[in-house]
Design a protein around this ligand. Structure first.
Ligand SMILES: *[C@@H]1O[C@H](CO)[C@@H](O)[C@H](O)[C@H]1NC(C)=O
Ligand SMILES: *[C@@H]1O[C@H](CO)[C@@H](O)[C@H](O)[C@H]1NC(C)=O
Ligand SMILES: *[C@@H]1O[C@H](CO)[C@@H](O)[C@H](O)[C@H]1NC(C)=O
Ligand SMILES: *[C@@H]1O[C@H](CO)[C@@H](O)[C@H](O)[C@H]1NC(C)=O
Ligand SMILES: *[C@@H]1O[C@H](CO)[C@@H](O)[C@H](O)[C@H]1NC(C)=O
Ligand SMILES: *[C@@H]1O[C@H](CO)[C@@H](O)[C@H](O)[C@H]1NC(C)=O
Ligand SMILES: *[C@@H]1O[C@H](CO)[C@@H](O)[C@H](O)[C@H]1NC(C)=O
Ligand SMILES: *[C@@H]1O[C@H](CO)[C@@H](O)[C@H](O)[C@H]1NC(C)=O
Ligand SMILES: *[C@@H]1O[C@H](CO)[C@@H](O)[C@H](O)[C@H]1NC(C)=O
Ligand SMILES: *[C@@H]1O[C@H](CO)[C@@H](O)[C@H](O)[C@H]1NC(C)=O
Length: 883
């Protein structure tokens, strides 16, 4: 048996212990005896390592990339001046998309130049980035007629290719029929009022799309001869809600910026066709791109463009010029006129190496479908009720980590769930065996109703469209491999939540408290991210100097991971009561009325309650709550007689200090005054006489000048005769006068495994010989404890262990673990084995050591993660009597 042994140097140990035992604010972590919350992973799965937070940031020159696809279409006048009358969009190195009505001006002349990379066409400002190219061919859509507003789209071919740069780069096209965007942007050197004077610089305006039916109310009454057929499907309307600016230039783009690679690429949804006079509330009308995709591609190809397959596929197009695109706003931490500094960690999208260990895939007799679940305990998985059955088969296994399979042994579906419903869509799976603790990082479950910070979801998508692209990093090749994504989303309340229309039929009763609407208003390049159904709405909680996963809900519905339109998760907090009723066996357990639980137990004895709480037999009058409960509904648990209640320690009206020897209560202040030197000072070896010499077999700890505490299992059948104490480097032997083994000690199940050894002579306190104090708090123990044990050479060694709930130990323990016992685990090892009398101690920052537990359980230790100890606080009155 090897242990992770730490240095015995007192100061070193204290420093190490202090750093882990205390939270950031110096608070000492305390574990309650009983589990009552799901928000305790930082305790149950406590990590002893300390982890810091680092935030990288870098900068790059600021350029105006926002309008890099915008071209001004110009007519050169006889005097050499150029009139810029229309806008256009660069969509290929030598092709510009514009409106068909822009191919001639009012004098019926065609335009002859396009200028890019110049925000301010009226002046020479910023002209060093500008590129001005001649138009060599004009392709008006063949169905366009100047007498009508239909098919108002055209392509212009340039004399040569533009030079791509951050300020001159083509846009992508939104070729999908469906336009889900809530806000679109028009850009142009638009007029700002009736006066028709052009604004000197490029403007953008946010417009809200309206459906054609609504829009037709304005345009289909026959007043406009050019719209005799009313609005057509290839047209889209949008209006400026604020009405503070005019719509963009004719021929210019109606666009949406879609996110990818922590950048944004403009996608052209439509071309500005016509609108009503500025300042009116009527929407503008735009020619959609979608219906013209094939015409655009064919026209370009027939006229010399060599296009890759699927040239305007959103993914390929976005990747093509990704390195020229603007970063998404949120990652920009500082912006000066010529420098921008960004922090990649702030991006809405991040890539993960895989799903976290706590997200598992569900399987149905060897088949897997897209359903996942969240491990919330070593044998418990939380998932959606809808995931329990697929094609009529019940979930049979989970696949975790690198596809290790584990059988599901029990399924609990929320009792109010109905097949196919969005309500109470939650289930608990119990596993056949325990998952290996060392490899798992089970999450805490959020218990509050509201979520204030941004959180993450689990998604999956192509790597090439999602990874963080550093400045000047080119995406050299398409890489369709799929990776796990953890986009960051925001909690959306009833007024901000946008549900995709396709989910309306599933939500007939609307959203309830169990639905967490989450997402971003920003849209992604389509097909970048798919929600992992049954994956988690989660975050990483920095607590007690380490990161612990926190889960808020299970991913249920959502497109594009909730970007643009939002997603819905099933809230775990909302179902906490149901989960507790399934998972906490003692929760709301009702049991008879008057019950004798330990009919042979006398006053002061630890007793076993039905709810598993640490309890002791005390006169009913000292058990205030138990008595009141008895009076109200006649329920009480009794010991030997009807006047002795088996009372939860927390409820005992404390008069104990009257019986306890004052040496015990004054211990902490005594030790503080002694300037103790070594943490081993209060330890002794207990010796037996074998063949004429002393054999030292196990450890004890000094608690008063005459009394040593040890375990009953150490004493065994043969009484020890002496103890060995190290005093300033000298070994001294002290004769034993009496051994008192707890009368209720049971060697089979290890209960009441405690014994007192009384010495013949008083010890003399010094900085080398001093007592260990008793941990008397009956409801909590410190989370991080030192396990003190003799190593292979017989020297005293220390390691840190973490206290656990008894219910955690119970699941693998052979016997019923009583409230007077305590569970702990050694996080450095797969199993926790003890020698006969290991001590669990809390070594406080003020150098006072408290004995919290005594090892009792060495049974089967190589198969369990835990060890069971005698809980000292349950025996304080027994220890304190007649010391
Ligand atoms: C041509 O442009 C110049 C300078 O931009 C201006 O001074 C002049 O008035 C313009 N000519 C006409 C005919 O608009
Ligand atoms: C017809 O359209 C014009 C402008 O487009 C508008 O001013 C007028 O009120 C409309 N008439 C009806 C009856 O809707
Ligand atoms: C783009 O092409 C890829 C690969 O063929 C395909 O999976 C994806 O669905 C396409 N994207 C769109 C938006 O159609
Ligand atoms: C995991 O194993 C199952 C069979 O046990 C197999 O069907 C599935 O494809 C595997 N999944 C992965 C991601 O390897
Ligand atoms: C919803 O959230 C928005 C933005 O966070 C906030 O302005 C608004 O007051 C909230 N509305 C309600 C009803 O809570
Ligand atoms: C009796 O009342 C207590 C609270 O006063 C409650 O916890 C307990 O469950 C009740 N027992 C029964 C059987 O109703
Ligand atoms: C303990 O140490 C302090 C300071 O180091 C000293 O003043 C005090 O006298 C010491 N007490 C004992 C009992 O040695
Ligand atoms: C000792 O514990 C075992 C297991 O809990 C139990 O079966 C047995 O009755 C106990 N012995 C005594 C004497 O209480
Ligand atoms: C036990 O510890 C808990 C947690 O620190 C504390 O709240 C409680 O008051 C303590 N109980 C006693 C009796 O000191
Ligand atoms: C825990 O057990 C696993 C397999 O049972 C083994 O691979 C791993 O190394 C063990 N870890 C430690 C810390 O012993």
């Amino acid at each position: 048996m090897k242990r992770n042994v730490e240095s015995i140097q007192y100061l070193v140990i204290l420093a190490v212990l202090l750093s882990s035992v205390q939270g950031q604010d110096g608070e000492i972590l305390m574990l309650p005896n009983e589990r009552s919350s799901f928000d305790d992973c930082h305790m149950r799965f406590h990590k002893l390592e300390v982890v810091g937070i680092v935030r990288p940031a870098f900068g790059h020159p600021a350029r105006l990339k926002e309008f890099a696809h915008m071209g001004a279409i110009g007519w050169t006048q006889p005097n050499g001046n150029i009139s810029w009358k229309c806008g256009g969009t660069l969509i290929w190195a030598n092709f510009v998309l514009t409106a068909a009505h822009c191919v001639v001006d009012s004098e019926n002349q065609p335009p002859n130049v396009v200028r890019f990379g110049d925000l301010d066409i009226a002046t020479t400002d910023g002209d060093e980035y500008a590129q001005q190219l001649k138009i060599v061919a004009i392709f008006r859509h063949p169905q366009h007629r100047f007498l009508a507003h239909y098919h108002d789209i055209a392509l212009l071919k340039l004399e040569r290719n533009v030079e791509f740069s951050e300020v001159v780069v083509p846009a992508c096209l939104w070729t999908d029929e469906e336009v889900r965007f809530k806000i679109l942007e028009a850009t142009g050197w638009g007029r700002t009022g009736y006066a028709d004077n052009q604004t000197p610089i490029l403007l953008k305006v946010s417009l809200k799309p309206v459906d054609n039916e609504e829009c037709s109310k304005v345009y289909s009454n026959g007043t406009d001869r050019k719209l005799r057929l009313g609005l057509q499907d290839h047209q889209i309307c949008a209006f400026d809600e604020k009405m503070d600016t005019c719509e963009g230039d004719s021929g210019g783009p109606l666009q949406i910026k879609l996110m990818h690679n922590a950048r944004v690429t403009p996608f052209i949804v439509a071309v500005t066709s016509f609108g009503t006079a500025c300042g009116m509330s009527a929407p503008g009308v735009y020619t959609r791109i979608g219906p013209y995709h094939d015409w655009i591609v064919e026209t370009m190809q027939k006229n010399g463009a060599i296009l890759p397959n699927d040239v305007f596929n959103a993914t390929f197009c976005a990747i093509r010029f990704a390195y020229f695109r603007e970063y998404e706003d949120v990652i920009i931490v500082e912006r000066t006129p010529d420098y921008v500094s960004v922090n990649s960690e702030l991006s809405h999208m991040s890539l993960a190496d895989g799903l976290p260990s706590y997200v598992v895939q569900l399987a149905w007799n060897g088949q897997t479908h897209d359903c996942y679940g969240v491990i919330i305990d070593e044998d418990t998985v939380l998932t959606l009720a809808q995931c329990v059955t697929k094609n009529g088969e019940r979930v049979s296994h989970i696949n975790y980590l690198n596809n290790i399979t584990m059988e599901v042994s029990r399924i609990h579906i929320h009792p109010n769930y109905k097949q196919g419903s969005s309500y109470n869509n939650i289930a608990i799976l119990r596993l056949q065996k325990f998952l290996d603790f060392q490899d798992l990082d089970p999450p805490c479950l959020w218990q509050e109703k509201t979520i204030s910070q941004e959180v993450h979801v689990h998604g999956s998508g192509r790597r090439d469209i999602n990874f963080f692209l550093y400045m000047d990093e080119h995406i050299e090749k398409i890489d369709p491999s799929i990776t796990i994504l953890t986009p960051r989303v925001r909690f959306q309340n009833a007024s901000t939540c946008i549900i995709p229309k396709r989910y309306f039929p599933l939500l007939r009763n609307g959203l309830t408290d169990e639905h967490i609407c989450n997402g971003q208003n920003l849209f992604l390049v389509p097909k970048s991210c798919d929600l992992v159904t049954g994956g988690a709405l989660h975050t990483s909680d920095y607590k007690h100097q380490n990161f612990y996963p926190m889960v808020y809900g299970l991913n249920y519905l959502g497109r594009e991971c909730g970007f643009g339109e939002h997603a819905i998760a099933i809230s775990v907090a909302n179902h906490a009561e149901w989960m507790k009723s399934v998972l906490f066996p003692n929760y709301k357990q009702s049991h008879g009325t008057v019950q004798f639980v330990d009919s042979d137990h006398q006053e002061g004895d630890p007793c076993r309650r039905y709810d598993g709480r640490a309890a002791r037999c005390v006169p009913v009058s000292r058990c205030s709550r138990g008595w009141n409960q008895f009076l109200s509904n006649g329920t009480i648990e009794l010991c030997a007689t009807s006047s002795l209640a088996c009372c939860p320690l927390i409820d005992i009206v404390d008069t104990e200090h009257n019986v306890i020897d004052p040496q015990l209560t004054e211990c902490p202040s005594l030790v503080k005054d002694l300037n103790v030197t070594s943490p081993a000072g209060s330890l002794v070896y207990i010796g037996w006489l074998t063949e004429g010499s002393l054999e030292f077999r196990c450890l004890g700890t000094i608690i008063t000048k005459k009394v040593i505490l040890t375990t009953a299992s150490c004493i065994g059948n043969e009484l020890p005769v002496a103890v060995k104490i190290e005093d300033n480097g000298f070994q001294k032997t002290h004769r034993i006068n009496e051994v008192i083994v707890h009368y209720a000690y049971n060697a089979t199940d290890g209960t009441n495994d405690i014994a007192k050894i009384r010495l013949e002579n008083n010890l003399i306190w010094s900085s080398y010989i001093f007592p260990t104090c008793l941990w008397t708090n009956t409801t909590h123990v410190p989370l991080v404890l030192s396990l003190v044990f003799p190593d292979d050479d017989g020297d005293i060694a220390f390691t840190r262990v973490v206290a656990m709930y008894n219910t955690d130990c119970q699941r693998t323990h052979r016997y019923i673990i009583q409230g007077s016992q305590l569970c702990a685990r050694d996080p450095h090892n797969n199993f926790t084995c003890n020698t006969l009398t290991d001590l669990l101690r809390y070594d406080s920052p003020d150098r006072v050591s408290y004995v919290v537990g005594l090892s009792t359980d060495d049974d089967n230790c190589e198969n369990t993660h835990y060890a069971v100890y005698t809980r000292i606080s349950s025996f304080v009155s027994w220890i304190g009597m007649n010391v």
